[in-house]
Write a protein that binds this ligand. Structure first.
Ligand SMILES: Cc1cc2nc3c(=O)[nH]c(=O)nc-3n(C[C@H](O)[C@H](O)[C@H](O)COP(=O)(O)OP(=O)(O)OC[C@H]3O[C@@H](n4cnc5c(N)ncnc54)[C@H](O)[C@@H]3O)c2cc1C
Length: 285
């Protein structure tokens, strides 16, 4: 690690974030932000080419650690952790899907340090926070010296670890629309209940606008299952898990890897989705 840049406190967050970035020296251009460090520090010693980079400890920017219910939105600051959401009773009542996801990330130590923004920027196809946010229609708020832009999370990724995050972008916040949900379910299939990465994951939401489904560990990125959504929106009512396969196969492309294999992933995803849809009133049987 070549240098550690310690940014000064921000007030208000976005404006100061921009001027802080503008004032950066060349040494910090292209620097790697560290939030909770639960992904960065796990991989850091292994990747020699990353050792000589500059790292910025965002953890000192306390103003970015917030979770606020606003008019029409829940806004999660860049440093909002899984634990923060579990501790907030109003959010737990209104966004139980996020809390369900937060509870199965790693174990309590990881939940206390790991951030939602870090989960999004880490871009793991097996992430737990991302499918929950995606099913809820979250928007990623990006800030850089050039300004601020917003990207819907379901358009943020374009390939394995490839995303719409430019070198000098920071995820300043994540915005989640406040909607009345008729049904929600967070699904994670792993080898054990804690400290496990998903073999298959999904988040299912039914709101007035229709069904939104996101799946994890079954494609190079967490993937929104638009074909399944359209099938349900068009009146499709699966009578068995296999009825979901034609549309599911348009949405996901599971692979064999050290955690599982493609056939298992496809079969299990169809089954857990079917069970959720049946509980949500969208499947027969
Ligand atoms: C033991 C263990 C168990 C785990 N279990 C799970 C699990 O069950 N489910 C799961 O989903 N994940 C799991 N993880 C992964 C990790 O905890 C999560 O992805 C977490 O949300 C990462 O957040 P962080 O704040 O620690 O990110 P960091 O490690 O600080 O950063 C992760 C990446 O995001 C970038 N980054 C961070 N913040 C920003 C920002 N504001 N703007 C731009 N880029 C940013 C960093 O540069 C880095 O590339 C586990 C990790 C460990 C070590």
């Amino acid at each position: 690690m070549r240098a550690e840049a310690a940014p000064r406190p921000l007030e208000p967050a976005d404006e100061e974030l921009r001027s802080s970035r503008e004032a950066e020296s060349e040494a910090t251009r292209g620097a790697i932000p560290v939030a909770g460090g639960t992904d960065v520090l796990v991989h850091w010693p292994e990747r020699l080419e990353l050792r000589d980079r500059t790292y910025i400890d965002l953890g000192r920017l306390r103003e970015l650690r917030y979770a606020r219910l606003e008019d029409g939105w829940l806004e999660l600051g860049a440093l909002a952790t899984y634990w923060d959401l579990q501790q907030d009773a109003r959010i737990a009542v209104e966004f139980p899907l996020l809390v369900d996801a937060a509870r199965v990330v790693g174990a309590i130590q990881i939940q206390a340090r790991g951030t939602w923004a870090g989960n999004v920027a880490n871009a793991s196809p097996a992430a737990d926070g991302v499918p929950a946010l995606m099913a809820l229609g979250a928007i990623v708020v990006l800030a850089s010296a050039e300004g601020r832009r917003e990207v819907p999370l379901d358009r943020f990724y374009s390939g394995y670890k490839v995303m719409d995050l430019r070198t000098d972008d920071l995820i300043a916040a994540i915005r989640v629309p406040r909607r009345r949900l008729r049904f929600h379910r967070f699904l994670k299939v792993g080898p054990r209940r804690a400290q496990a990465i998903a073999k298959v994951g999904a988040a299912v939401v039914h709101a007035d606008e229709g069904w939104r489904i996101a799946a994890a560990s079954v494609a190079p990125t967490v993937r929104r299952c638009r074909a399944v959504e359209e099938y349900l929106g068009g009146g499709g009512r699966p009578a068995a898990p296999e009825d979901l396969l034609p549309s599911l196969r348009q949405d996901v492309s599971p692979i064999d890897d050290l955690r599982s294999n493609a056939a298992y992933r496809e079969t299990v995803l169809a089954r857990v989705l079917y069970d959720a849809l049946r509980d949500g009133g969208a499947a027969a049987g």
